[in-house]
Write a protein that binds this ligand. Structure first.
Ligand SMILES: [Zn+2]
Length: 154
């Protein structure tokens, strides 16, 4: 048995993590009234810390965060019509060009072998599927991120 009183750190370990101190120190606490008093004080202190209410904000934090997030601008009616007008002009120009070059396109396809045309179609389809798959995975990752952060916006 040791005759020296335990330090403050050892007393705290005796109260909170008793397995961290030696058996000799435990035996000392069993017979020493001074160390027992200290252990009772620390036990009360630790209990009061444990029982203290958890700190909470007295305001709604999500509202404050949402006020600082950048707002998405809604599309105005003029922007919407302008988009359709531009797409319409591009479509009309494309149709006119297609009409003008159609005879030359037929001449090109007539001179190219069907095997080469099939090869071009298969390669185009393969590349398109590869790009679509990558885009779909990227989209799924973004949706997953949005779903995990969605509770902030409630
Ligand atoms: Zn002691």
């Amino acid at each position: 048995m040791i005759t020296v009183h335990l330090t403050e750190t050892e007393i705290q370990l005796y109260v909170d993590e008793r397995q961290m101190i030696s058996d000799e120190q435990k035996a000392h606490v069993e017979i020493c009234t001074k160390c027992q008093a200290k252990t009772k004080n620390y036990a009360l202190l630790f209990q009061s810390i444990h029982d203290a209410p958890k700190p909470t904000f007295d305001f709604d934090l999500s509202v404050l965060i949402l006020e600082h997030l950048p707002q998405t601008q809604s599309e105005t009616l003029v922007d919407k019509w302008m988009k359709y007008v531009v797409l319409g002009i591009i479509g009309i120009i494309s149709l006119i060009l297609l009409y003008l070059i159609t005879p030359y396109l037929w001449a090109i396809f007539a001179t190219i072998s069907p095997l080469l045309i099939c090869t071009i179609i298969v390669c185009t389809a393969g590349i398109s599927m590869f790009l679509f798959t990558g885009m779909y995975h990227h989209y799924q990752q973004k949706i997953k991120v949005l779903n995990t952060t969605a509770p902030l916006q409630q």
